[in-house]
Design a protein around this ligand. Structure first.
Ligand SMILES: Cc1cc2nc3c(=O)[nH]c(=O)nc-3n(C[C@H](O)[C@H](O)[C@H](O)COP(=O)(O)OP(=O)(O)OC[C@H]3O[C@@H](n4cnc5c(N)ncnc54)[C@H](O)[C@@H]3O)c2cc1C
Length: 388
């Protein structure tokens, strides 16, 4: 019998998608999200065909296309802005979907959570999981929305047939069920800015090399883009907002073409974000008894292939599929992990490989090296074109 009641911890891509699929099938779903609203989601996100295919299954594709920015071509530029290649981006979701859609993260989060509520999930913002045990006993509390989040109510407890830990990179559910894996830094950090769209930017263009390992941008709507610069990981925690803005502007000054306009539009320190690249894949089962992991809680990759959220969405599809069609929860959760671990692991491995080539300045095969970036991308696209 499918679980009658499910607690989903976390309202990101993995949690919201899982809630939609289970609630739509008639399961009573409580989704708790510690953040008070989605506005803290910041920046933009690149969503490839395999993510769009899941959005179609979830019933949010039309809204995603209406609010995002779709494109089918990827460009490569030199640091001075010269276009050196333009090629069709792989349509991993099928020919009837765009290759890529960029959109503001907050909009993606809003669309998914609204859909979850519309199909019957009980979505509770500013509500945090305080503790969980493998038998599904969970303790929840209301939190004060201001950072750092503080509990403002006594915890209430309930036992669920299934608890889905979709609580992100530093998952508390993961540690609560005794899985020791934690994300490992990769040695790279990324500056991101979310700003207005120069008219000339109608797709992603990437520059490998120059003052940063990667300089790139992605349109996220008619009026917005996000742009990013990848550098050696540095401790940026002590910088004020203005210092962060100045540091990213200095790095951006090494790039020409559309970067000149992007840099002029980089004026709001609150729109600049810095974070490190990490990676991990939970080895062995992704569940203990009635508690299972999904999304970044189970695996994370550097965004060199822009696949983290797409893999989180695929987790949700497979988890819901297995849970809804099996009479036995243990076998369903085992089957979910067996289907997802190799594929998510391959995507993490390929994303990490790309980062390692960049860190080592590894030349391409035609220059005597091993960095076959087009080959790796083609292999990844072929994998992602198959349904999970
Ligand atoms: C720099 C960078 C760029 C990226 N770019 C892309 C990209 O372009 N495309 C792409 O596909 N992926 C990208 N990713 C990866 C992507 O952001 C993640 O893989 C994706 O957001 C994971 O979704 P999730 O739902 O698993 O976790 P999250 O989105 O992290 O959601 C987890 C949620 O759980 C909540 N939570 C945590 N603890 C609790 C608790 N105790 N109680 C209640 N709620 C809790 C958090 O508040 C959070 O909202 C990027 C990642 C990084 C770091």
């Amino acid at each position: 019998m499918a679980p009658r009641n499910v607690l989903v911890v976390g309202g990101g891509a993995a949690g919201a998608a899982t809630a939609i699929l289970l609630a739509r099938a008639g399961v009573a779903v409580d989704l708790v999200e510690a953040a008070p609203d989605v506005t803290g989601s910041g920046s933009g996100i690149t969503l490839q065909g395999n993510a769009l295919r899941v959005f179609s299954d979830l019933g949010v594709l039309d809204d995603v296309l209406a609010h995002g920015y779709a494109f089918d071509v990827l460009g490569l530029r030199t640091p001075d802005g010269t276009v050196i290649a333009e090629f069709p981006d792989a349509k991993t979701g099928g020919d009837d979907l765009p290759a890529t859609v960029g959109m503001p993260r907050a909009v993606m989060a809003r669309l998914l959570l609204e859909r979850a509520a519309a199909v019957g999930a009980k979505v509770r913002m500013a509500t945090r999981l305080e503790s969980v045990t493998p038998d599904g006993h969970a303790s929840l509390s209301q939190v004060d929305g201001r950072a750092p989040l503080r509990s403002v109510s006594g915890a209430t407890a309930q036992t669920y047939d299934l608890v889905v830990g979709a609580d992100g990179l530093n998952s508390g559910v993961r540690s609560a069920i005794g899985i020791p894996t934690t994300p490992e830094p990769l040695g790279m950090g990324i500056w991101r800015v979310f700003t207005t769209r120069p008219a000339s930017i109608t797709r992603t263009d990437l520059t490998y090399g120059g003052a940063a390992y990667i300089a790139g941008y992605c349109p996220t709507g008619d009026d917005s883009i996000y742009a990013y610069l990848v550098e050696d990981a540095a401790d940026r925690t002590g910088l004020s907002g203005d210092e962060r803005l100045a540091t990213m502007r200095d790095l951006a000054a090494h790039y020409g073409g559309p970067w000149t306009e992007i840099r002029e539009r980089m004026t709001d320190a609150a729109r600049v974000n810095y974070t490190w690249f990490t990676h991990h894949v939970v080895d062995g089962p992704w569940h203990r008894d009635r508690v299972v992991l999904a999304g970044d809680a189970a695996h994370s990759c550097p965004p060199t292939l822009a696949q983290g959220a797409a893999q989180a969405l695929e987790d949700a599809t497979v988890l819901a599929d297995e849970v809804l069609r099996s009479d036995d929860l243990e076998s369903a959760l085992t089957a979910y992990c067996a289907r997802r671990q190799p594929r998510a692991g391959a995507v993490v491995g390929n994303s990490v490989q790309l980062a390692h080539w960049l860190l080592a300045h590894e030349p391409p095969p035609q220059a005597g090296g091993t960095a076959d970036v087009p080959g790796l991308m083609a292999r990844t696209s072929a994998l992602l074109s198959q349904r999970p």
